[in-house]
Write a protein that binds this ligand. Structure first.
Ligand code: DSN
Length: 400
């Protein structure tokens, strides 16, 4: 098989289709270069200055640089840049803060949470005792009263986890952390989706009110596929030990090099402009779809505060999530089907779709393009062939 021909084909797919998958992005050439660098050849178990291999002097400099930049970007006491993914960052955080079997309160997966927040088939759910809070049925917002109730019912909650994969509104980390503190539980924020917004002050930061903050680095932060943990000084050695040797072996230093490049980019004023454009585009996309057909596109919570839009597509009786995903894919528009809170349909079908603007904005789109994208989506969902129009749009973007 010609692997490089397939890489070329994938590059073409990414360049010529409209990608609205909320967790994807398109990295800079420098991030890509660092990922493909000779650091992939290097073993460096341990941390800068304390390695289990010789020849780590240059590696130490780059990892320390990434640590320092992550601390600066997020205003954190400590950063661990070694997690291979957001899930690995979460596993490390649990190992640092908990003993096996401890009770953890986290956001319900079927309301927009994440597998690594205690799904029974995930390592988190097998080794810790997770219970879950969700959103209110009437407005789709996190049910703070339910959180309070659960803390009253369960006296032994050791950790509360906040953060979501499909929640379009700002999360009041401070309020949730103060409930956790009141009940002597630790507080962890998983900002995988909103890390770019937090880094730029476009979403309230949980760093000051959390014991530990975890994230992936490839979503709104626009870095390489990977994870990071931030924590208070008091948790530094527990977190570092939990990542290595607790749950990982050799760090991916080529990815850490790429994280360093990404962190430098995220500290530039242009990154703030990028995140502003992502949020503005998401708001506009929600508005445009609802204006076309409010029944077909029931925008959950009525809009968005971040980079994503959650939509119930079942309202006009013609679609469900998987049908929408498959139909759009045939026209080179990429989205994902998504559970919506209290979804009556199975997870393989779903009533919802999740849309996001990080990638299309990285490719040059703005809020002003969202009306056109919404029309293309709607025509595709009506069974029309719009692949050519999609390609014309993407060619236009490439020239901007
Ligand atoms: N699956 C990722 C997402 O799409 O949100 C999270 O792991």
């Amino acid at each position: 098989m010609d692997i490089f021909a397939l890489i070329e084909e994938e590059q073409q797919r990414q360049a010529s289709g409209i990608n609205l998958i909320a967790s994807e992005n398109s990295v800079s050439d420098n991030v890509m270069r660092a990922m493909g660098s000779v650091f992939t050849n290097k073993y460096a178990e341990g941390y800068p200055g304390k390695r289990w291999y010789g020849g780590c002097a240059v590696t130490d400099r780059i990892e320390q640089y990434a640590i320092d930049k992550a601390k600066k970007l997020f205003g954190a006491d400590h950063a661990n840049v070694q997690p291979h993914s957001g899930t690995s960052a979460n596993i490390g955080a649990y190992m640092a803060l908990l003993k096996p079997g401890d009770k953890v309160l986290a956001f319900n997966l079927s309301h927009g949470g994440h597998l690594s927040h205690g799904a029974p088939f995930n390592l988190s759910g097998k080794f810790f005792q997770f219970i879950h809070y969700g959103v209110r049925k009437d407005d789709g917002l996190i049910d703070v009263d339910e959180v309070k109730r659960m803390f009253k019912e369960h006296k032994d909650i050791k950790l509360m986890v906040a953060g979501a994969s499909s929640y379009p509104r700002a999360i009041d980390f401070e309020a949730l952390a103060s409930i956790a503190r009141e009940h002597e539980a630790a507080f962890m924020a998983d900002i995988a989706h909103i890390s770019g917004l937090v880094a730029t002050g476009r979403h309230p930061s949980p760093v000051a009110c959390s014991d530990v903050v975890t994230m992936s680095t490839h979503k709104t932060l626009r870095g390489p596929r990977g994870g990071m943990v931030l924590c208070k000084e008091e948790h530094k050695s527990a977190v570092d030990r939990a990542i290595f040797p607790g749950s990982q072996g050799g760090p991916l230093e080529h990815i850490i090099a790429a994280k360093a490049v990404m962190l430098d980019e995220a500290l530039q004023p242009d990154f703030k402009k990028y995140i502003d454009a992502v949020i503005a585009a998401a708001k506009e996309l929600a508005k445009a779809l609802a204006a076309i057909n409010p029944k077909r596109y029931r925008v959950l919570t009525g809009g968005t505060d971040n980079h994503m839009v959650m939509i119930d597509v079942t309202g006009d009786g013609k679609l469900n999530g998987i049908q929408a995903e498959k139909t759009l894919e045939k026209q080179n528009i990429y989205i994902n089907k998504n559970f919506i809170p209290y979804d009556p349909l199975p997870v393989t079908v779903t009533s919802g779709i999740r849309l996001g603007t990080p990638m299309i904005v990285s490719q040059g789109a703005t809020a002003a393009d969202m009306g056109r994208i919404a029309k293309l989506m709607d025509a595709a969902l009506d069974g029309k062939d719009v692949a050519k129009d999609v390609s014309v749009f993407m060619k236009e973007l490439a020239k901007r």
